[in-house]
Ligand binder design. Structure first.
Ligand SMILES: CC(C)CCC[C@@H](C)[C@H]1CC[C@H]2[C@@H]3CC=C4C[C@@H](O)CC[C@]4(C)[C@H]3CC[C@]12C
Length: 471
């Protein structure tokens, strides 16, 4: 049985200790179905024969206000977070395989890159894609479900011209491999993610180990990079918020061009919060373009000279007001508060807009801060059952129950699935049998030589033989 102990923050409220078998007293009094007719990427999809995707989850989320992560996490300081079973209220109703699929939300940037004949221009769009890929992480502090070994997720987007398959290829350490390709063979985008999580007391740090590879067939080009670090602040006290930081180096292996992007840490006074800045250079290290913006908002490119001139001018005028600001700002002692001074990106005259984030729907705040894209991921479209593999995470009963607001069933089912996985592992150990992955195999990245997971092919032929029974 799954015993979940929470510290009660508000003694008036009626939930202090929840066991998965207890009936839950918190009801969805706010439950309502959102039926707003929204356009997705500017289209009304039902016209011209394309099926309309859902724009909302079945019910709003369970309030987390009465639970403290600390009550649970204090026992886990220094542990690998992936080995800890978190209480389900901190989850979001998606599998990690679905969450990393969100890298694909702005695939139109790759399609556009394919049409450009200049390699520096292509790099600009690849850079925009790499930044846009992590945009949906903003404010997403729910923990996705750990995929079961052998779990898969298929994302087919005919209207966007691509499909994708991912598989959980290792349980300890958790590794998810993915492969996507355009339906007209213009590109493939693939890689693996091993999220190395560390609990640091006030924050959880996630290092997404693994290489991203983008191949543009027409241009005979391959680009590789690794994603920035991700930090979830205030897991003990205060409001949870997400920061992504570190250097991301995108290499074009055919031309030797590079794009070096610096995802800036928030800094003392929050001025750098979510900022990304970098440049594109060719193989002789000549600077061609500066890239700037925020991963939560937009990305521009501009000529380096114009950028420098502007920066100098800004620095000069900024110096006087800086002192004043420092005196004013108060930094919280207990919590790493997210700075509330959140300026939007100022466009420098002469810049080209490469990408801008789509606004989240108004009901997003009651739905795990999902984007429109995320809302659609766990939808079981009519006609997909029997087509998608039986290991597809849309068929996971615990995630489905959570999505429907049935948190007790979700918790019980999660426990059952994890136990089933443990039993299967023990059986294999007894027979000295090795787990074999179905759609990917271990290998080295062709371009970087780093350890990677290579797609074996064949998923979309839909001959699903030898699949494990994981649900
Ligand atoms: C204490 C509780 C609430 C912890 C919740 C931790 C959650 C928010 C953490 C755990 C694992 C993290 C993920 C690990 C790896 C990646 C890949 C990276 O390219 C984008 C961010 C992303 C997808 C992280 C997002 C935040 C994440 C989902």
């Amino acid at each position: 049985m799954n015993c979940l102990i929470f510290i009660k923050k508000n003694p008036e409220k009626n939930v202090s200790c929840l066991e998965s078998d207890d009936s839950c007293e918190v009801s969805f009094k706010d439950a309502c179905v959102y039926e707003s007719k929204q356009t997705v990427n500017g289209k009304v999809p039902s016209e011209n024969g394309v099926r309309e995707r859902r724009t909302t989850l079945p019910v709003p989320m369970f309030s987390r206000n009465d639970f403290s992560v600390w009550g649970f996490l204090k026992k886990c300081i220094g542990m690998e977070l992936s080995k800890i079973t978190m209480p389900i209220v901190f989850n979001e109703p998606l599998s990690f395989l679905q969450r990393i699929t969100e890298y694909m939300e702005h695939t139109y940037l790759i399609h556009k890159a394919c049409t450009l004949s200049d390699s520096i221009e292509r790099m600009q769009l690849v850079a925009a894609f790499a930044v846009s890929a992590v945009a949906s992480q903003w404010d997403r502090t729910g923990k996705p479900f750990n995929p079961l070994l052998g779990e898969t997720f298929e994302l087919t987007r005919d209207e966007e011209g691509y499909h994708m398959i991912s598989e959980q290829v290792s349980h300890h350490p958790p590794i998810s491999a993915f492969y996507s390709e355009s339906l007209n063979q213009d590109f493939s985008f693939h890689g693996s993610i091993y999220p190395k999580l560390k609990f640091w007391g006030k924050s959880v740090e996630a290092e997404p180990k693994g290489t991203m590879t983008l191949e543009l067939s027409k241009h005979r080009e391959a680009y590789t990079w690794t994603n920035p670090m991700c930090c979830v602040h205030n897991v003990i006290l205060g409001k949870l918020w997400i920061e992504q930081y570190g250097t991301v180096e995108i290499v074009n292996h055919s031309t030797g061009d590079k794009c070096v992007l610096n995802f800036k840490p928030c800094g003392m006074f929050g001025k750098e919060l979510h900022r990304v800045e970098g440049h594109i250079q060719d193989k002789s290290k000549k600077k061609h373009q500066v890239i700037y913006g925020k991963w939560t908002e937009c990305v521009y490119s501009i000529e380096p000279k114009v950028y420098e001139v502007n920066k100098k001018a800004e620095k000069k005028s900024g110096e006087d007001s800086k002192k004043h600001k420092q005196e004013q700002s108060t930094v919280g002692d207990d919590a790493d508060e997210m700075p509330d001074v959140q300026e939007t990106v100022t466009m420098i005259p002469g810049s080209t807009l490469l990408w801008r984030v789509a606004p989240r729907p108004p009901h997003s705040t009651q739905m795990y801060n999902f984007t429109n894209f995320a809302m659609t991921l766990n939808e079981l479209e009519p006609g997909t059952i029997g087509v998608i593999a039986p290991t597809d995470c849309r068929l996971r009963p615990d995630i489905r129950a959570m999505e429907n607001g049935d948190i007790d069933t979700a918790s019980q089912e999660k426990e059952r699935l994890e136990e089933k996985q443990r039993v299967a592992r023990r059986e294999r150990a007894k027979d000295e049998e090795e787990w074999s992955t179905r759609w990917f195999q271990q290998g080295n990245n062709r371009y970087t030589g780093a350890a990677d997971w290579i797609y074996k092919g064949g998923y979309f032929d839909r001959r699903y033989s030898d699949l494990p029974d994981i649900y």
